[in-house]
Design a protein around this ligand. Structure first.
Ligand SMILES: [Zn+2]
Length: 61
């Protein structure tokens, strides 16, 4: 796995780097996304774009 801090407009399956919880986030969401398990910030927004701060396991088409 590779740590990515990329911007995407797709659904991505991410793994929380702190607790390992798997979660699906939508890249175009304008909301911050936190890990449902440990509350770590996984996706942050900046200027209408997002940055994923988690392990990206898979990008869903
Ligand atoms: Zn977590």
């Amino acid at each position: 796995m590779e740590m990515k801090q990329c911007m995407t407009s797709r659904f991505v399956r991410v793994v929380c780097p702190r607790c390992g919880n798997k979660q699906i986030v939508f890249g175009k969401s304008s909301m911050k996304v936190k890990c449902v398990s440990c509350n770590r910030l996984l996706v942050k927004t900046r200027g209408g774009k997002i940055r994923i701060r988690a392990w990206v396991r898979e990008v869903l088409q």
